[in-house]
Structure formats: C-alpha cells, structure tokens
Ligand binder design. Sequence first.
Ligand code: AQP
Length: 332
Amino acid sequence: MNRIFSGVQPSGAMQLGNYLGAIRNFVRLQDDYDCIYCVVDLHAITLWQDPKLLAEQTRHVTASYLAAGVDPKQSIIFNQSAVAGHAQLAWIFNCVARIGWLNRMTQFKEKAGKHRENASVGLYVYPDLMAADILLYKATHVPVGEDQKQHLELTRDIAQKFNHDYGVEYFPITEPLIFGEATRVMSLRDGTKKMSKSDPSDYSRINLTDDADAIALKIRKARTDPHPLPETIEDLEKRPEANNLVGIYAALADISRPEALAKVAGTQFAGFKQELADLAVEKVGPIGAEMQRLTADPGHVDAILKEGAERAAAIAEPILKDVMEIVGFLRP
Ligand code: AQP
C-alpha cells in the first residue's frame, strides 16, 4: 500500500485552515493508505516557542487529529522529536540541498520578513527537515494545503539529487495531495493573506476550540466589500474576501464552490455570514468540544504519542540504516 506522511506544527491554536486544508483530508485518506501523522515539534522551534507551552501545544495538535477522526489504531500519530531519525536524515539532506534552492522558498521570505539576518538557521533549512520527515518513511504521498506545495517540490528535488549523487533508486518521488475547496483558507481580516496559527490577530482566524459565540462574532466581523455576492465564479475570484468566505462555506458543506455560490449569489453579506456562522458552529463545534475533553486527560494523549513513536521508529530504523550505508558511514 502507498504510504502517507504529513504533519502540523504545534506553534499555536489549530485554525480552520489547518483543518480544511490538511487534517480533514488526513481522516479521509486513512482507508486507502498507510498513514503516518506527525506533530512536528522540531519544526515549531524554528520560531521561538515558550518551553512551558510547547508540550501543551503538542497535545493540542494531537487532540485535533483525534477529534477530527484520525484513528490511532489504524494510523500512526506521534511527535517528531521522539524519533531521532528525523534530525539525522535532515543533516544528510542539508548536504544534498543547494543554497540556491532554499533561497527560492517563499515561506522563509514571508516568515523571516525584513529581519532575514536575524532569522534562525533552522527556519532557513526547514524544507530540508520536511523532506527528511517524508523520506524517512519513504512516503509516496503527502496531503497538505496549497502553501506547502513549494516545499514538496523541494522534497522531490532532494530525493532526485540524492538518488543521482549516490547512483541509487532509493527514495520515491513523493506526490502532493492537495484537494478540497479550501486548499488555501485566507485570513478573515485580509483576503490576500493566508489564515495562520501565528497571526497576531485572533480575529484573523477561526480556532478549532472557539465557542459558538466566538465563531459567529469572527464571521460577522470578517472583512467584506459592500456589494452583494456575485453571480459567477469569474466575478467571485475578483473579490478575495468574498471568494474566501464562499470557499469556506463550500468546504464546510462539502459541496463545490460553484454549488455554494449558486445558493448565495445575489444575496447580501449579512444573511450569508449568518448562514456560514451556523454551518461553522455545526461542523467545528463538536471538534472543539472533543479537543477540550481529550486535552483534559493528558495521560491518554501521551500514551497515544508514545505508542505512535515506537511504531514510527520501527519503520524509520531500517530506512535510516540503508541511507547510512549508501552514504558510506562506518557503522562499527
Ligand atoms: N490557511 C490555510 N489553508 C489551507 N491549509 C492550511 N494549512 C495551514 N494553513 C492553511 C495547512 O495545515 C498544515 C499544517 O501547517 P503547519 O502547521 O505545518 O504550518 P503552516 O502551513 O505554516 O500553518 P500555519 O497555521 O500558518 O502555522 P504557523 O502560523 O505556525 O506558520 C499544512 O498542510 C498546511 O498546508
């Protein structure tokens, strides 16, 4: 069976984009693939994380996987730092990837901002670690949101260069799985910016643990333009905020964007926002409640992570051993 690897950083509160762009798809792929779902804590510290909060955030992300429907018996759920092979393979990939490749990564440019000289080296080589995460398990497919597409292309380049430089056909050329109507959910405050855990404004996103009032308030306050909703997809695409809300509606209702637009075309935002808020509360509310229940019992979540790490390590070990041999490391 083909293998899937994907992950989410424990870098803040899980938001609707993480759910619609990634973890909802994790759940849908479980029957057709061997799935490994990681909480990528090594990635999270590329931007400083308060050590007092990191463990809690790791459990929070784990709880979101479970609450969304990832089955820990069927799929592997673990945290990245518990399997040392991620960091080991990442070092080898640091020596395979080229500086010119990393210089093209838009996420580094966005996250480092104007103070690039001050960004951590980890943030710069983040895509090499991501390639290691995936290839440590020889994963063939990676479900992600649109924002991670460039990093996956780099993973393919690294696999190809490794295979070429060492004269082997060892690593698979991984395929991204980007699907659904919400592959790039945008900020509720700015339709041109991605919804993100680390956005300083809480009003920019819907957190999975927001209660019904908070969800309704954030949708009501979401930035929009003064015109009624358009009649055609072409006109919708010219209006980023409207397009984002219709996309969220479509994804939550599990219908296509044209179908969603057909329901609301020509109406005013006030009525549409109310309908969207009701739908979001209906779909996100139970996930948030389940997350609260799960995080109230950290022992249960930790036991799932521990067992997952053991299962992940058992897959990674022989692969890492092969790689060490291919590279020529002496293993006395
Ligand atoms: N806005 C989004 N729309 C669709 N998918 C999204 N993802 C993130 N934001 C959106 C997908 O969620 C998965 C996990 O992402 P991550 O935590 O590894 O890093 P990220 O992409 O940088 O997500 P955030 O929420 O923006 O985190 P911070 O603020 O810490 O950087 C990925 O599959 C991603 O595509």
